[in-house]
Design a protein around this ligand. Structure first.
Ligand SMILES: [Zn+2]
Ligand SMILES: [Zn+2]
Length: 262
């Protein structure tokens, strides 16, 4: 009898919660399922599972996948020619649900997912034991691209992260000192040449711990050029925070050769 009453109460509570959630608009940001309780990132369990932060299987410095790694460990390239940042914050590979969300935000102008992607980046940040930075700077967009898109997705992410870690944001902390071609049409070696020396800091970063934010790291060429510019402005430490890393498949010798060109 007591068990039956408890079951009835539980069912009634669940219905009330679902009704309230419906009334208050508490729905999964991805599939619109009604959330019956407070959920991380306002996602239902199924959608949250698709955005789970991977704990291993990639290089913690450049984010390249290595399926034989059970623990986070440096790839051979980062062992011999490390990038000019001391730590990488990354949510996961540029694939699946994460890739779809980034596309929706960037190319379909779906600003509804902007907050979600910001939360995704902050979750990745919290997963690492990093120092509180002094400054966050987004990777700048080419002027033409900015005019066409109307917003810089890296700045949106940087704004979320700056609020989360309580540090300053410099929306124009980096700028392009010369125009560059669109990276997407170029091969890796061309990308490196295209952006080498193309960025400069607009302010001093002397003695500061600076985080450079971007949505996707493809080859790392742009982030390398931006990190170099921060170092030249006096940054004591440079960190990189991205949502996703596009995965490449090529011999390690090619990475070494490419990075040596910088
Ligand atoms: Zn969902
Ligand atoms: Zn690496």
């Amino acid at each position: 009898m007591v068990v039956a009453v408890t079951d009835h109460l539980r069912t009634a509570c669940a219905r009330v919660c679902a009704g309230l959630a419906l009334a208050l608009g508490q729905r999964c940001q991805l599939c619109a399922a009604v959330l019956t309780h407070a959920a991380p990132m306002r996602l239902c369990p199924d959608c949250l599972a698709q955005l789970t932060l991977p704990q291993a299987g990639y290089c913690p410095r450049c984010g390249i996948s290595a399926h034989n790694m059970r623990l986070p460990m440096l790839c051979p390239t980062c062992h011999t020619a490390p990038p000019p940042w001391s730590a990488l914050v990354m949510h996961g590979p540029y694939a699946g649900q994460l890739k779809e969300l980034i596309h929706r935000h960037k190319f379909n102008q779906d600003h509804g997912v902007s907050r979600l992607l910001g939360d995704v980046l902050c979750t990745a940040w919290d997963a690492q034991n990093l120092p509180v930075p002094d400054l966050i700077v987004p990777v700048p967009l080419r002027t033409r691209r900015l005019l066409w898109r109307g917003f810089n997705q890296s700045l949106e992410l940087g704004r979320c992260l700056a609020r989360h870690v309580h540090c300053d944001l410099a929306p124009q902390g980096l700028h392009k000192v010369r125009d560059t071609k669109s990276q997407s049409s170029l091969r890796r070696a061309e990308r490196l040449r295209n952006v080498r020396g193309a960025f400069a800091a607009t302010r001093t970063m002397k003695g500061q711990c600076v985080v450079i934010v971007d949505d996707v790291m493809t080859t790392g060429a742009t982030l390398t050029a931006c990190a170099t510019a921060c170092r030249q402005a006096g940054a004591r430490e440079v960190l990189v925070a991205v949502l996703a890393r596009a995965q490449e498949h090529k011999p390690v010798s090619q990475y070494k050769q490419d990075r040596a060109e910088l």
